[in-house]
Structure formats: C-alpha cells, structure tokens
Design a protein around this ligand. Sequence first.
Ligand code: B4P
Length: 182
Amino acid sequence: MKQRLLFLGPPGAGKGTQADRLCKKNNLLHLSTGDLLRSEVQAGTDLGQKAQTIMSKGGLVSDELVLSIVKNKLIGLDSGWLLDGFPRNVFQAQALEDLLVQVDQPIQLVVFLKIDDGLLIQRLLARGRDDDNEEVIRHRLEVYKNMTAPLVDHYRGKGLLKAISGSGTIDEISNRIQEILE
Ligand code: B4P
C-alpha cells in the first residue's frame, strides 16, 4: 500500500475523518495542519496566538508558520505519513516539494475528495466548531476555491491525483479510498 499520501478537498469534505481512520488502520502518521494549529492555540503559544484570529475568520494562517510546523514533523521521520489540510496553496505545495526532495520521500498519491457546497455547509454547521458558523464557512469555501482548488490541476498534471466522491456514509467513503490505495 502507498505510504506517503496527501488528502485534498474543501473544508468539511471528510479529509480529517477519513485520514484519522486510515492512519490508525495502517500505522501512518496523521499530519493535520488544522489540528496542529488548534493545539498551538490551546497551548497559548506565540504561534497559536497569531493563528487564532485568522482561523476564527476562516482565512489561511501564514505560510511561514504552517511550514515551520510541518517541517519539524516530517524531517527525520521513518514511518509513512498522510498530510491532511496541507498544502493549502501553490506556495505551500512548492515548499513541500522542495522539502520532500531533501528528505527523499516523494508523495505517492493525492486523494481528492469531491463534494457539493450544500452538503459541506450542512456537515460543518452540524459539527459546530468555533469556526463552523455560516458566515465563516462561506469565507472558508471562497478561500478554498481561490487558493486551494488550483492544486487539483497541479497534482493532476504530475499524474499523482485520484478523485473520489466525498458524499455518502463514512464507511462508503473509506471503502472508496481503500480501493484506490491498493
Ligand atoms: P482544517 O482543520 O483543515 O478544517 P476543515 O478543512 O474544516 O476540516 P476537514 O475538511 O478535515 O473536516 P472533516 O471533513 O473531517 O482547517 C481549519 C482552519 O485552519 C482553516 O480554515 C485555516 O484557517 C487553518 N489552516 C489549516 N491548515 C492550513 C494551512 N495548510 N495553511 C494555512 N492555514 C491552515 O469534517 C467535517 C465534519 O463532517 C465533521 O463533523 C465530520 O464528522 C463530518 N463528516 C465527515 N464525513 C462525513 C460523512 N461521510 N457524512 C456525514 N458527515 C461527515
């Protein structure tokens, strides 16, 4: 099975949910930049304080902060990994590629979870995290369309992307992902 994966998709597509399951089952390190940033916020670090205001409005935290977190986790790692919610823009994707060349661990597969806006909004409102209110969700979707969606073509062009539908039950989506990982 592929050991170096990236999950791409809009907020609420199920990236975090599926990444968590897959990593537990296959012993991969789950690297969610959203979770890592929320831990910094909770711990009240300088980085967390800088990130909090941006996250509560649904914007993207600075590339510099996010990259420093990811680099610390990836360098020296000897297990497989799954990147969830990172990269979020072309600059982060390029920086990631440079880093992965350095550590000689190229991405093996990018899984793109496709899903309609209506379903995303419904799911996120039902979750009700601090940044899950309708105004902030709509802004996160705009940011996704402008900044993150171009990565779909970026990875498709490299022959790394496989798209699956993100609608259906959590088990159905896990099965779809399992099929493309074999
Ligand atoms: P993230 O933590 O990445 O938030 P997200 O995109 O909303 O999460 P995700 O898409 O994983 O949610 P999931 O589908 O699992 O980012 C939050 C913020 O952090 C960003 O807005 C940004 O400010 C900052 N940030 C993070 N990474 C960054 C980066 N690289 N650069 C800059 N800033 C960054 O879950 C959604 C809900 O749907 C859950 O309640 C789940 O239970 C439910 N669900 C999942 N699958 C379902 C299904 N099949 N059916 C029904 N419900 C389902």
